[in-house]
Design a protein around this ligand. Structure first.
Ligand SMILES: C[S@@+](CC[C@H](N)C(=O)[O-])C[C@H]1O[C@@H](n2cnc3c(N)ncnc32)[C@H](O)[C@@H]1O
Length: 404
């Protein structure tokens, strides 16, 4: 099962007990792991709370390694346009004292270029609507764009690489801070957007790195839905975080304002371990274990490490969204990722995951580990190529909420 899933032909001895959920065995390298003897309880690690994408504009930066996200955002472009044309009433501007200013925010914007494309599409659509004279605003419409991300996001690169002022139709503001809480004044926002962000948690759930806890995520570095206690801990944290995100947006958005959400979920009943993304992260964990055996890092450090990310199942995600009664759900669609049906190269996969995980790996394991880890990942992928046809696919969601 393992070999066919990964497209790898040779036999592999299973050294540790196989974890199962609803009859599905994890068909990855985890089965080969020698699980260490539980050691004396240690203090819970203090995780940094913010892990931006790799900054700068070098070969490993998010700028040059975010085309997977870009393709999905481009795929949602027309839907975003339709949502604004159909659901946004520009009369809402007349309720403000600064009636000619339309404020847009991209939450978790990273360093571009995706955020610039998103914002331009929103502005083009609003302008089209405005030209159609659907508003009585006298003064010319002005756009203010609030670029939000964590304070240690590379805002310098973001602003250095944004379109030149002469070609830009908006004034920009950087808004550093966690989107799990308020980052903008009350009743100040007309259109909010976020893409590929909500799976980032505010923190690693308590207990998954606690050696005394049944929720210890012992041999994995992610929630791959294979250990019930771990999954439960992640679910609780996710619910809390999405709740915080929506509460904050409900305060910031004006009545009638729109919040557009896109990103990825798991299909119901499918564990992350069976998706190609889940396999890759389990492989990264295994590369770390290989490095621990060579003394480059330690098994203990790995056990104290879990990613603060959680991909919810689609119905769980929708149920969490529906909890907030300040919004009407205008659109809730599942769309496929345009790259779902093309096998990605190992180089592409390695670069994409490096751009996303570089910061957090560096913070926990030290910068000397990063190059070696991703070199090893590239080699492991070459040795055990992913069989994309056998992997389960994520579901992409496109959601439009309107503030009541
Ligand atoms: C994968 S990137 C997505 C970037 C961009 N939205 C896109 O679609 O290309 C996720 C971004 O979310 C940001 N992020 C994660 N948690 C956040 C939080 N609590 N508050 C603000 N930004 C956050 C990360 O720093 C990162 O820049």
């Amino acid at each position: 099962m393992l070999s066919s899933f990964l497209g790898h032909a040779s036999a592999i001895a299973i050294a540790s007990p196989v974890v199962s959920i609803v009859g599905i065995r994890r068909p990855t390298y985890g089965e080969m792991k020698q699980v260490g003897v539980v050691e004396k309880h240690r203090e819970m690690p203090t995780f940094p709370q913010s892990f931006p994408m790799n900054g700068g504009d070098g070969p490993h930066s998010y700028i040059h390694n975010s085309s997977y996200q870009k393709v999905a955002i481009d795929g949602a472009k027309e839907r975003t346009r339709e949502a604004i044309l159909e659901k946004l009433d520009l009369e809402l501007l007349n309720r403000n004292s600064d009636a000619n200013i339309l404020r847009i925010a991209d939450f978790g914007c990273s360093i571009g270029p995706n955020t610039f494309n998103v914002v331009q599409n929103i502005i083009d659509t609003v302008k089209q609507k405005h030209v159609k004279k659907e508003t009585h605003i006298g003064a010319p419409l002005e756009f203010q764009v609030c670029f939000n991300d964590q304070p240690n996001n590379d805002f310098n690169t973001l602003f250095r690489t944004q379109p030149l002022f002469s070609r830009r139709e908006y004034l920009s503001v950087g808004v550093p801070g966690s989107f799990h809480g308020r980052v903008l004044p009350k009743n100040s926002l007309h259109i909010g957007h976020t893409s590929y962000t909500l799976h980032w948690l505010s923190t690693v759930p308590k207990h998954v790195c606690d050696k005394k806890s049944p929720a210890l995520n012992k041999s994995y570095i992610q929630c791959n839905n294979l250990v019930d206690e771990v999954t439960k801990a992640y679910k609780i944290q996710f619910k809390k975080d999405i709740g915080g995100f929506l509460e904050a947006r409900a305060e910031e958005l004006v009545s009638g304002g729109l919040m557009i959400l896109s990103g990825q979920c798991l299909p119901d009943g499918i564990p992350k371990a069976l998706t190609w993304q889940g396999v890759v992260i389990d492989m990264i964990g295994d590369c770390l274990m290989d490095m621990a055996k060579l003394g480059i890092t330690s098994k203990e450090k790995i056990e104290l490490f879990s990613l603060p990310t959680y991909i919810p199942h689609i119905s769980e995600f929708k149920a969490n969204i529906e909890q907030n009664e300040n919004f009407t759900i205008e659109t809730m669609e599942e769309i496929s990722h345009p790259m779902d049906y093309m096998p990605l190269t190992n180089g592409f996969i390695t670069s994409m995951f490096r751009a996303i995980l570089n910061t957090i790996i560096e913070e926990h394991f030290g910068d000397d580990v990063v190059n070696e880890l991703f070199d090893r990942l590239a080699k492991k992928l070459d040795k055990y190529p992913i069989n994309f046809k056998r992997c389960k696919k994520y579901v992409n969601y496109f959601i439009v909420l309107k503030r009541k």
